[in-house]
Design a binder for this molecule. Structure first.
Ligand SMILES: [Zn+2]
Length: 396
């Protein structure tokens, strides 16, 4: 766990001390954050209660308390202060909602706020199923047939459904009542609908823990990663994927919102895992650069948990954030390609959903494609005599 600073710095003091080293014009102006933060229609009022009056917390990764403000609004133009830690380069919402507010939000409100639904509609199941298929391309090569896999933040259970259909022993944890309940009750998946702090998982019982786009939502990432490590067998793997703070594929203004409490690079995500006792073995980014994944192993070698800074990393991240302007984004291909890609995917979606509306039927349809992916990986990609990265790592 990071060392906690005994005294939290006031907002004004942080700005005074940080601005000298990393001067960010215009966007680094805490005076623009009002005392009263209006409640946006898409977020529950409880998440914003007293946020503006809270003091800043030390960095969740390194424990230091020297920050530079990188944004004062979220993607919807609502006041939200985002800072970067000068010691390790972790970008975070700070101050942020309390643990109690966050737990209530993810249990009851999260899906409603973002997708205006309580349970997944057929189109959500289909889209999440397609994402699960994409994940199989890099997940299957590191799995051995029949291994036990826990999906931390299982959502509607789409990935677990695919893995179960491919012969793996699966279970999941999902805090949202609507989505986790649908996975458990309609798809018949062993999903615990609860927060990870309350989940019942036998120590060192899992071969692999997967966690896609969850860690950025967590207030205490090292604690969560430590819990995952505790559930994992010796030499087992923990796969973490999060949005990449160094991405360029989205509009700059859309980067920040209250749901994402932390914004990681491969370096800061690797350090978080190390502080949780895990060893980073590999990392890679998605083809569009929007996501970063780190594959950790629970090794016998003690991780470098004493590391408290990543020299130069904050400068690198800041340079990226300052350089990724709306004009720079307009000059890239992303704003012009994405509408066409989205239009094409919606046509396929309409065709697929016109023939099936039930979640089980939709995922059964996609499972056929999952089996084709598994077969192609077996035929082409796996090293002869090996079962993929897991075996290669074990042999190293
Ligand atoms: Zn830090």
């Amino acid at each position: 766990m990071p060392s906690r600073c005994p005294e939290l710095l006031e907002l004004r003091r942080i700005n005074d001390s940080a601005a000298a080293e990393f001067s960010l014009p215009a966007i680094a102006n805490p005076a623009r954050v009002p005392n009263f933060i209006p409640f946006p229609f898409f977020m529950p009022a409880s998440l914003f209660s007293n946020l503006s009056s809270q003091r800043l917390a030390p960095c969740d990764l390194c424990g230091h308390s020297h920050f530079t403000i990188v944004a004062d609004k979220d993607r919807h133009g609502q006041p939200l202060q985002t800072v970067i830690c000068q010691s390790c380069g972790l970008v975070s919402t700070n101050p942020r909602p309390t643990d109690e507010e966050l737990e209530s939000f993810y249990r009851d409100e999260y899906r409603k706020s973002y997708k205006q639904v309580v349970k997944p509609k057929p189109k959500h199941v289909y889209r999440a199923g397609l994402v699960a298929l994409e994940r199989l391309h890099y997940l299957l090569p590191i799995l051995r047939h029949g291994q036990s896999v826990l999906d931390f933040g299982a959502g509607g259970g789409e990935l677990l459904f695919m893995l179960r259909g491919l012969g793996y022993q699966v279970q999941g944890i999902e805090p949202n009542l609507g989505y986790g309940g649908a996975a458990r009750d309609h798809l018949g998946l062993p999903v615990q609908v609860t927060h990870y702090q309350h989940a019942q998982v036998a120590p060192e019982s899992l071969d692999v823990v997967t966690c896609f786009h969850v860690v950025e939502h967590l207030a205490h990432p090292i604690e969560a990663l430590s819990v995952m490590a505790g559930w994992t067998k010796p030499n087992g793997l923990v796969l973490i994927e999060v949005p990449h703070v160094l991405s360029r594929c989205q509009w700059p203004h859309s980067r920040y919102h209250l749901g994402h409490l932390h914004h990681y690079s491969s370096s800061t995500l690797s350090l978080a895992g190390q502080k949780a006792g895990l060893t980073p073995m590999d990392s890679f980014t998605s083809p569009d650069g929007g996501n970063v994944m780190v594959v950790f192993q629970k090794t016998h070698t003690p991780a470098a948990s004493e590391i408290s800074a990543l020299p130069g990393h904050a400068t690198r991240v800041l340079k990226h954030l300052r350089g990724h302007t709306a004009l720079a984004h307009l000059k890239s291909a992303y704003p012009y390609l994405r509408p066409f890609e989205k239009m094409a995917s919606r046509v396929h979606e309409q065709i697929a959903l016109s023939q099936r509306r039930d979640a089980h039927a939709i995922l059964d349809h996609l499972l056929d494609r999952a089996k084709e992916i598994a077969k192609s990986l077996n035929d082409d990609d796996r090293p002869q005599g090996s079962m993929g990265l897991a075996s290669l790592v074990s042999a190293a």
